[in-house]
Design a protein around this ligand. Structure first.
Ligand code: AMP
Length: 343
């Protein structure tokens, strides 16, 4: 249960050998990640009854995520009764997008009545790495334009101008945009009605197909990029599809990168983060392949050097910097929680 899990975490925190605090009473506040804040939340907030109700109202937009997030909040509030609790929304960073970026070209009433629009996800990660990028480049977020590429199990790309998100690849749900482990990313929406008509697939079956059976897994049967590299290296009958899945994912990344270079105009940096973005030099190189004429040139030795720290991997003469920056959503949530607690 959530309660049992949290008790184990507290035991770890106060563990005399490996813990970081002496006593659970030293905890001054609890920060919670909530996936969907709808249009209501563009900043972290203190948990109140009203905030809980607002998160409940957003459940239809994130039926798989917001209910367990709420369960986590309720459990933690029962365990930490004396301290403030803060919610950090994964969608909040994208509330700076303008309607031309967040609206779909559907009947406008679907937006006003049902909230159908692009919300974006992984916001805590994009905010963290874009701010880190500015810091590492010796400046502030307000002074740089960057494109942040979060490639993990879920994948997303964000154009960030002066510290504010202007566009992002995930949409109303975390299914749109880039090719992911098991999620399709962009497809022609008419494929869904075609599948229904031709194969009689139900709404639930189409949902499962797009979210759990597509993406890298749909193409080659593997959803973990390490397994895909292993299949390519084996040079057996599974290799061509594994290679195709890798090539398709990198091609899609490059296509989105091109869009966001056009959206931003002046671009100071491209940032890779998350499991694949931080560890996979092949994906980084293939994603950026042929973009020299747009000012992006990798240094192959820096790209492939084993390193788990934040690092620049562009060539000295590359007008656009390329960074690998480990994401740290927990630290970002803790920082935002501190900011709210400080008033
Ligand atoms: P995340 O969602 O950020 O935890 O990323 C998880 C994904 O990162 C895994 O499914 C792998 O595909 C990928 N990944 C993790 N480590 C590596 C690695 N060393 N090389 C390539 N991909 C990796």
């Amino acid at each position: 249960s959530h309660a049992h899990g949290l008790c184990l975490i507290i035991d770890l925190l106060v563990d005399p050998e490996n813990g970081v605090i002496g006593d659970a009473n030293e905890i001054a506040g609890v920060g919670h990640r909530v996936v969907h804040g709808g249009e209501r939340f563009s900043d972290p907030v203190l948990v109140t009854d009203e905030v809980i109700r607002a998160i409940e109202d957003t459940v239809p937009l994130a039926p798989l995520h917001n209910p367990p997030n709420l369960a986590g909040i309720t459990t933690a509030m029962a365990l930490f009764t004396q301290v403030p609790h803060v919610v950090v929304f994964d969608t909040a960073f994208f509330q700076t997008m303008t309607p031309e970026a967040y609206l779909y070209a559907l009947p406008y009433a679907l937006y006003t009545d049902l909230g159908i629009r692009r919300y974006g996800f992984h916001g805590t990660s994009h905010r963290f790495v874009s701010a880190e990028c500015a810091r590492l480049m010796g400046t502030t977020p307000a002074k740089i334009n960057c494109i942040t590429i979060h490639l993990g199990n879920g994948c997303s790309m964000t154009a960030v101008r002066g510290g504010k998100a202007v566009d992002t690849s995930l949409g109303m749900t975390p299914l749109a945009g880039l090719i992911m482990g098991t999620r399709s990313g962009d497809v022609d929406p008419a494929i869904l009605t075609f599948l229904h008509r031709e194969k009689g697939l139900s709404v639930e079956e189409i949902d499962t197909l797009l979210n759990k059976e597509s993406g890298l897994k749909g193409i080659c049967g593997q959803n973990d990029m390490r397994d895909i590299h292993a299949a390519i290296d084996r040079a057996d009958e599974s290799s061509p599809r594994a290679q195709l899945a890798l090539d398709m994912a990198c091609y899609r990344n490059r296509k989105y990168l091109g869009e966001y270079l056009a959206v931003l105009g002046r671009t100071d940096a491209v940032v890779f983060t998350a499991g694949i973005g931080e560890n996979d030099a092949v994906v980084r190189a293939k994603t950026l392949q042929g973009l020299e004429h747009l000012g992006i040139t990798l240094d192959p030795a820096k790209n492939t050097a084993k390193n788990s720290e934040a690092r620049a991997i562009h060539a000295d003469n590359s007008p656009v910097a390329v960074w690998v920056i480990p994401t740290n959503e927990e630290l970002e949530i803790a920082r935002q929680t501190c900011t709210v607690l400080a008033g």
